[in-house]
Design a protein around this ligand. Sequence first.
Ligand code: GAL
Length: 428
Amino acid sequence: MRRRWLAAVAVSMAGLLTLTACGGGDDKAAGDGKSGQKKVEVFSWWTGPGEADGLKAMREIFEKDNSGFTFYDAAVAGGSGDQARALLASKLQANQPPDTFQGHAGAELQGYIKAGKLEPLNFLYDELKLKDVLPQELIDQISVQGQVYSVPVNIHRSNILWLNPSVLKEAGVSAAPATIDEFIADLDKVKKTGKIPLSIGSQWTAVHLLESVLLGSLGTDAYNQLWTANADWSGANVTKALENFKTILSYAGTPQEDWQPAAKQVADGAAAFNIMGDWAYGYFHNPAPGGLGKTSKTDFDWAASPGTDGTFMWLSDSFTLPKGAPNRDGAVAWLKVAASKEGQDAFNPKKGSIPARKDADKSLYQDYLAWDLEQWSNDKLAGSIQHGVVANDAWRAAINDAVGLFQQDHDVAKFQQALAAAAKNSGQ
Ligand code: GAL
């Protein structure tokens, strides 16, 4: 691949919080002892509508191929995994890892590697010849000194503007806004109709919105520079981007519980726009009960988030082999499914993502996903903040805190100072 993946290096783990598992997953005790020998505990945050469909598709292949193991779904509810990652950090700290866990390629995974929590997977890469089928630049994001530490299962895109065509028509908006200024003008037109201009979910979805607004306001090169040693978070261009964020947020509806109810407001015609990753496509498109069974172009449509056409803000979900995994053989069996063409081609069309493997069956990726594959091979790249690519977990958490305060006080200067301090203190 010919593009710049932004070498992201993380040095520290997230602040260690202790949480209890809060939903999702298999409804049975984790167990240990004899039955625990066979159980494979797979830790993710794919419990909600849309997300769970993808995991189920991969689980079915695992169960078909591995009658000697029982799949144990240890998923922890909460979009983007903020709650799952906090619980995971405490489990890792206590040296009680699950057999395998989901981690984002890039700075987030580098944090687990540097903390010494993962086994290298070169033996598996050699056995399955994975270096021939995964993009080298993706492998670089999950490696340290030639050792590879996870199996990437997909590529997601973060910078998507989901929209409701009927609501926009009613507001007199004929095309998706191409720039931030057009976006703000369109939000205002929708407001006059009484519909929600922009739907929003829980706290992390505001950070997700911020990354698209930064990219759309600054442009790709200046955005990518924010994650390098030469970053300047105090410049006038960042001030302008944060002012845009403030204006855009002023058009947001009542925050919903998570990303799904916010996305649903668009699909149901209550809201015009939502900026969310393409897991929303799986949710819109998959049949009920997992998805909403909606039809693209009529019930919903999409475009690059304003000002970001030609740039793919990427992230990638990957699975790991923690040191001390209670059922190491079972975890390796799971990783083999996650790495396989069959596993990725079952998982991704349901998940709303494209495969990490280069040899997937393209005919399975239709509609939004065909567009996505095309964009992936042509666009410039930028890395997601909220989904672990450019900032390590401590830095991401500091950005989350700054956004939370900003949502209360709307003070751009204070917000910019907090972001500059977060960058300085990131240790990345
Ligand atoms: C991301 C994750 C996606 C999707 C999303 C919403 O962090 O990479 O696979 O799960 O959160 O929960």
